[in-house]
Write a protein that binds this ligand. Structure first.
Ligand SMILES: [Zn+2]
Length: 151
């Protein structure tokens, strides 16, 4: 099989090994469409040596902040981040799901204290890594659709 190559970018971030079908959700996390002035490329349904099929997102002239990285790890825990500087991979890392996430997803339970007008930040325990299972520490509810509840 011919090796798959992505067009090189000078500076930016390549998010690789995204679970197939999740690329658009990754774009939403990194806020593409709002105030991004650089080029963003998406490759969907690309053959992966590791696991069948994958999506890839390349964002030029931009690196991700830790909140964005945590969010991506929640919807696609197998993704890898490559930071490109001057056409070279300056840093490459696998996502590492934290044990607890705070303030990046909302609880799906409307009567949870975090959804009332209390100054309580949503907080979840990670019950399972892949697929990620999040349990609210306040009401114990398992979050149904993580991508839909990202803050
Ligand atoms: Zn809750």
């Amino acid at each position: 099989m011919k090796e798959f190559r992505v067009t090189p970018i000078r500076n930016g971030t390549v998010i690789d090994h995204i679970d197939c079908g999740m690329a658009l959700k990754v774009l939403r996390i990194i806020g593409v469409g709002q105030n991004v002035r650089s080029t963003v490329s998406i490759l969907m349904h690309v053959p992966s040596k590791k696991a069948g099929w994958k999506d890839v997102v390349k964002v030029e002239d931009r690196e991700l902040d830790p909140r964005e990285v945590d969010k991506i790890s929640l919807i696609s825990p197998k993704a890898t981040i490559n930071i490109i500087r001057d056409f070279n991979v300056a840093e490459k890392y696998k996502l590492d799901l934290p044990n607890v996430v705070r303030g990046i997803v909302r609880c799906g339970n409307p009567s949870c204290i975090t959804n009332l007008k209390e100054p309580v930040e949503p907080e979840f325990i990670i019950d399972n890594d892949d697929p990620p299972v999040l349990r609210c520490i306040y009401c114990d509810r398992i979050l149904d659709d993580i991508a839909e509840h990202l803050i």
